[in-house]
Design a protein around this ligand. Sequence first.
Ligand code: UDP
Length: 328
Amino acid sequence: MKNVLITGAAGFLGSHLVDKFLQEGFRVYGMDNLITGNLDNLKHLDANSNFTFINHDVSNYINFEGDLHYILHFASPASPIDYLKIPIQTLKVGSLGTHNLLGLAKAKNARMLIASTSEVYGDPLIHPQTEEYYGNVNPIGPRGVYDEAKRFQEAMTMAYHTYHGVETRIVRIFNTYGPRMRLNDGRVIPAFMGQALRGEDLTVFGDGSQTRSFCYVADQVAGIYKLLFSDYVNPVNIGNPVEISIADFAKEIIKLTGTTQKVIYKPLPINDPLQRCPDISKAKEILGWEPQVNREEGMRITFDYFKSLSQEELFKKEHKDFKAYSKN
Ligand code: UDP
């Protein structure tokens, strides 16, 4: 049996990766410091003897006894509003955390995949974004703590590959959604769905002309799994190339949820990318991967998940103040 360590295991993507690797017959060690992760995402594994949870902050030295064959580094705050709240931890987990894990990968002779992001492209000047594009990032803007940590993470990962011969893989993840997203993480899908469920107006930031492309979590996990077992070392975009403006997306959510509330407009956050859409030619060619779940189906499953949350969870106040990083 092969052993895999997944960091950020109690988070949205991490917990789905844990499930995938258990289904595929791995012995899984899930690590998380629970800053933004939630053990509820793993509670269905309580009786699973192939899963071990380790409460640890990967920005500190990692002591791991025994063999490790694979490491997936998915620990990081991942929503713009989280970076603002915990900017130093965001920088540390992408930099120090990655360094510690690469050291562990080297010591254990394990293959390591890091979760990079479309944010390395910043507010992109080319469209759609190919892996060759170097990006347009403001290092001192509110998103800089995440974007630059992830850019550093890629550089550190390539250096360990080049200089130490560690086997590495880099996935650049574009907006991904599905069950287990945090209702109040501030991102647009949980935000709109939560607002619909609470009977609040839907908050579109800016004029809503900015675009995003949303990838369903099962597709994302399938792409990551294929990348890990490919022999391709350079970064690969994994995301859904079907693009939609946020204003049109709000209309879709109104239709899906049946809410009678209206759309209200709020200031656009600083450095909010105006257009984002992955070029997935590499993933198609190299991995034979492309998304299978369309937005209608994925959003329906996701809305069913948010509907299943308790009233207490639905009305819990967290991260409701986005003003801190908007222009006025
Ligand atoms: N957004 C919005 N209303 C919200 C939350 C987000 O209009 O209540 C917008 C946000 O300004 C951005 C897009 O939706 O243009 C996606 O934001 P998200 O935080 O989900 O992730 P990002 O892609 O910006 O990292």
